[in-house]
Design a protein around this ligand. Structure first.
Ligand code: ADP
Ligand code: ZN
Length: 286
């Protein structure tokens, strides 16, 4: 049985065909442009494959309220061409198979849960720290959506006194995404984040903000595992820094034993999103 998957990102789209045990048979990647051009490329890719279902992990915000008249639409994105775009409607028009839509981060969480570093647990939180910050949550093999979907990247953390950067979230200024995403680092320090490797103070502050967010997520969701992915986490020195700060913030109240196996990197080499998108068609949401 061949299943299609789409990782619909704000920067790039990944389309793949795979099976129900995590093998990818064919895959293509292209930059995200305007919706019409991008969806035409998607249609072209799948026209060569006889798929039985299609799973989509989309950037957001996306309307996931099934009863909503705009179910499956992209909502308030700064990417103006995509604002209020009927993503699901266009896909249904182009592909005559059942389509399961979820967030990109829920797909990534599911991918790691089924095939990666969270195979051994029932609940996992997957956080991406990239162009934006977002998180997806899987419990018992099902993704959590809620009313529409959580926006865990936009929570508020305590700004440190030595940080004068006002934040760059267009909605909240100094929310977590506004002070700790890749573009926030670039704006605060005037250099792309990957060129800041040798500045330890950058990563101390970044780890502080991520750890503050993580302790809040732990207190609210109590996940058995936290996976930290996304471009900024290519700075692997962040992992021990974040773990240390999480232990400090937990202060013995919540369990931080065995933290090396609790806060971890993804295992699927940037295929967690696309493998998870394919896997979305197998289970259903909470
Ligand atoms: P997206 O979030 O667009 O799907 P990524 O997860 O790759 O894509 O995140 C892109 C962001 O990550 C950019 O802001 C980029 O500057 C940052 N980034 C990419 N590689 C690195 C790196 N090695 N070190 C620090 N930041 C990085
Ligand atoms: Zn925000």
């Amino acid at each position: 049985m061949l299943i299609g998957g789409i990782e619909a990102g704000g920067t790039k789209f990944v389309c793949a065909v795979g099976d129900e045990v995590g093998n990818i048979i064919s895959k293509t990647t292209f930059p995200t442009s305007d919706p019409e051009t991008t969806l035409a490329k998607v249609k072209h890719f799948f026209s060569h494959h006889d798929i039985t279902a299609l799973g989509v992990g989309s950037f957001g915000p996306v309307d996931l309220t099934k009863e909503s008249p705009t179910y499956g639409f992209i909502l308030n994105t700064p990417k103006t061409q995509w604002k209020h775009y009927n993503l699901l409607g266009q896909l249904q028009n182009d592909h005559a198979v059942p389509i399961t839509l979820d967030t990109d981060v829920n797909a990534a969480a599911l991918g790691e849960h089924k095939y990666g570093n969270a195979k051994d647990v029932k609940s996992v939180l997957y956080i991406t720290v990239g162009t934006g910050i977002g998180a997806g949550f899987v419990q018992d093999g099902k993704t959590y959506i809620g009313k529409s979907h959580p926006e865990m990247g936009h929570i508020f953390v305590q700004k440190r006194e030595n940080d004068s950067f006002a934040g760059n979230c267009p909605y909240h200024g100094a929310c977590l995404e506004g002070i700790a995403s890749g573009p926030a680092l670039e704006k605060r320090y005037g250099k792309k984040a990957d060129l800041l490797t040798d500045n330890p103070e950058v990563w101390e502050l970044e780890a502080d903000y991520l750890a503050q967010a993580i302790i809040n997520y732990m207190l609210i969701l109590s996940p058995e595992k936290i996976i930290l992915g996304g471009g900024v986490m290519k700075q692997t020195q962040l992992y021990p820094l974040v773990r240390k700060k999480v232990i400090q913030l937990a202060n013995g109240y919540v369990d931080t034993k065995n933290i090396e196996n609790f806060i971890v990197a993804p295992q699927l080499n940037d295929e967690q999103g696309i493998k998870g998108a394919i896997a979305l068609t197998i289970g259903s949401n909470i």
